[in-house]
Design a protein around this ligand. Structure first.
Ligand code: COA
Length: 284
């Protein structure tokens, strides 16, 4: 089985914070090198994608879907299946329904190494929200992705007060208006989610045990010793559309893998691999 890398030369616009790639902070701890790219696929839900995904569900997927009563939850779940079976399968030259997954102890789906021994270094992560799904795929390094719908009604500073690190709350509270605070809140939220997903531990990691500094050219994370995090990470933050924010967390190895972001515009998953590079406007 072959891992095909998409080809395109168009530059992607990124959030200014995400523009520069820092060098590894702990070069002595870098033990492996990878020349693989980090490929991100973005897609909006449609009936065609949901119908395609329905054909590929295994028993566990089907019973999860049956328990979902809300149409939006079902659409979001099927969008995730389309990405994680259709697009991941296309990237790995494997039929969607033939992919086998196992969950790690915190619930992160990973490829079943027994069933896919030649793909044991493949890493992927999925995120889906109202109106948008995102999949990141690479080899040899941990990755996490999060997309959020930023226009829904939700508390922001109150959530931050309760869950974020003290320095993050202070930075948020110092911002001049509710609108600016809300915008920055989603930066933190997606970055924090992308980190806990890259670690594979989800909310088993307390959200206050690590903090982001967003004052420099790229987001920088600081973790509490209790997290036993001996890796280095780089982050990208962008706005894939007016109603969404996205963040990507990539383990830093000796080779800073290039990130390619693509929109999937067609129902055929393999078309994603060669799709247009995403233009995502930087936000203020
Ligand atoms: C499990 C968790 C990672 C899910 O996050 P989410 O924002 O609700 O959902 P996303 O769409 O981004 O991600 C869901 C996908 O992540 C993957 N996932 C599940 N557990 C995971 C884990 N431990 N690590 C990494 N990825 C995981 C799965 O592929 C899942 O897709 P599926 O539900 O269709 O199978 C976890 O962070 C969570 O429950 N978050 C709740 C939201 C919250 O309170 N966030 C606070 C942010 S400040």
């Amino acid at each position: 089985m072959r891992y095909r890398k998409p080809t395109s030369s168009r530059a992607t616009k990124r959030h200014p914070i995400a523009e520069a790639l820092p060098t590894p902070r702990h070069a002595s701890e870098v033990t492996a090198a990878s020349t693989e790219s980090v490929d991100v696929y973005l897609v909006r839900p449609s009936a065609g994608l949901a119908d395609a995904a329905l054909q590929w569900l295994d028993d566990a997927d089907r019973s999860r879907l049956e328990r979902m009563t809300h149409p939006r939850a079902r659409a979001s779940f099927l969008l995730g299946r389309w990405l994680v079976r259709g697009v991941l399968g296309a990237a790995l030259d494997t039929a969607p329904a033939a992919l086998r997954f196992v969950d790690n102890r915190w619930g992160r789906p990973e490829l079943d190494r027994q069933r896919h021994p030649t793909l044991s270094d493949v890493r992927f992560n999925l995120s889906h929200t109202a109106g948008l799904g995102a999949l990141v795929v690479t080899r040899g390094r941990e990755v996490g992705i999060d997309v959020e719908h930023t226009e829904r009604q939700s508390k922001t500073v109150a959530i931050a007060d309760r869950f974020f690190a003290t320095s993050e709350v202070a930075e948020l509270r110092a911002l001049p208006s509710h609108a600016v605070q809300r915008d920055r809140f989603f930066d933190y939220w997606t970055l924090k989610e992308s980190y806990i997903k890259a670690r594979g531990m989800g909310l088993a990691i307390p959200l206050g045990a690590f903090s982001f500094d967003l004052t420099g050219p790229t987001p920088v994370v600081t973790t509490a010793p209790s997290l036993h995090d001996h890796s280095s990470w780089r982050f990208q933050l962008w706005t894939p559309g007016p109603a969404h924010r996205a963040a990507l967390c990539i383990e830093m190895l000796a080779d800073p893998a290039p990130v390619r972001v693509r929109w999937c515009e067609e129902a055929e998953p393999s078309a994603c691999l060669h799709g247009e590079r995403a233009d995502s406007e930087p936000h203020a």
